[in-house]
Write a new protein. Structure first.
Length: 282
């Protein structure tokens, strides 16, 4: 019976099983076409919109990922997005000689790590964790690199900007999701923590969800409110301050002119006195 089963494998029926196989096959073809043509990672939800209704998008992508695992290109997940990338062991084929890019400073690396683990985080919170102030240029470099983004504004006095990581950060460091960052035990195993740690010390669970937390406001609405507040409430104060500064400058100029006139008058009087003395001597 075993030999018969090998020679004549059971064919799928025209029922439910065959329908699922057809949906899986069509889903993989659609996903493969869309991902191959995409320049940037594609959201899983966008792929699902173009697949047959009965297709399980997660199962389709996982099977497609397994099929490409040993090929020259691999299907890689980046957060909730997917993209084709050259296999890591073949990267040297596409490498070319370029000028070595400047490495991030220690301050920038520490700031990036804090943003990744503690997001959403403000500048003041970053400085509190590091114990030192960070320069504006450090955060600008991380934002220009595309690894850190502005999330919103904290619901706190001053409404400071909150920062978080991007999909480009995951892609560059080879992470499928932000929770793939090493935890405390992994960091200990790598020798990054030497000696005895303080009681209660822990590494927070990172979360890069695009949704704002309860302690954040959207940056767009906040920007409009802040602009309105500045133009309506402080315009008069700014104008008065400007007028006072101009008046002070004018008063200082008048005072300088008076000093010059007094000095000229004193010099003229001294000259006249000397002339009178010379006349008497004659």
């Amino acid at each position: 019976m075993a030999e018969i089963a090998v020679l004549y494998p059971q064919q799928p029926s025209d029922g439910e099983g065959a329908g699922e196989t057809a949906a899986m096959t069509e889903g993989k073809r659609i996903a493969e076409a869309l991902l191959f043509a995409a320049i940037d990672p594609v959201e899983e939800k966008e792929l699902a919109k173009r697949m047959p209704e009965e297709a399980d998008v997660s199962a389709v992508l996982e099977e497609l990922k397994a099929e490409y695992a040993l090929r020259g290109i691999n299907l890689v997940r980046v957060g909730t997005k997917w993209i084709f990338r050259t296999a890591a062991d073949l990267g040297w084929l596409l490498s070319r000689e370029t000028n070595e890019q400047k490495k991030l400073s220690r301050a920038a690396l520490e700031t990036l790590a804090i943003c990744a683990y503690h997001q959403p985080v403000t500048r003041a919170e970053i400085e509190d964790i590091r114990g030192v102030a960070i320069s504006k240029g450090t955060m600008d470099v991380l934002i220009e690199t595309g690894w850190v983004r502005l999330r919103g504004r904290r619901k706190a006095p001053g409404r400071p900007v909150t920062y978080g990581t991007t999909d480009a950060f995951l892609l560059h460091f080879g992470l499928e999701q932000i929770t793939d960052l090493p935890g405390l035990e992994e960091l200990k195993g790598a020798g990054l923590f030497d000696g005895r740690l303080p009681s209660g010390f822990g590494v927070p669970t990172p979360n890069d969800s695009a949704e704002l937390t309860d302690s954040e406001d959207p940056p767009e609405d906040d920007a409009n409110d802040l602009f309105s507040e500045i133009t309506e409430e402080t315009k008069a104060e700014a104008s008065a301050a400007l007028d006072a500064a101009i008046e002070a400058i004018e008063d200082e100029a008048v005072a300088d002119e008076a000093l010059v006139e007094a000095a000229e008058a004193e010099a003229e009087a001294e000259g006249q006195a000397e002339a009178d003395e010379d006349g008497k001597d004659i």
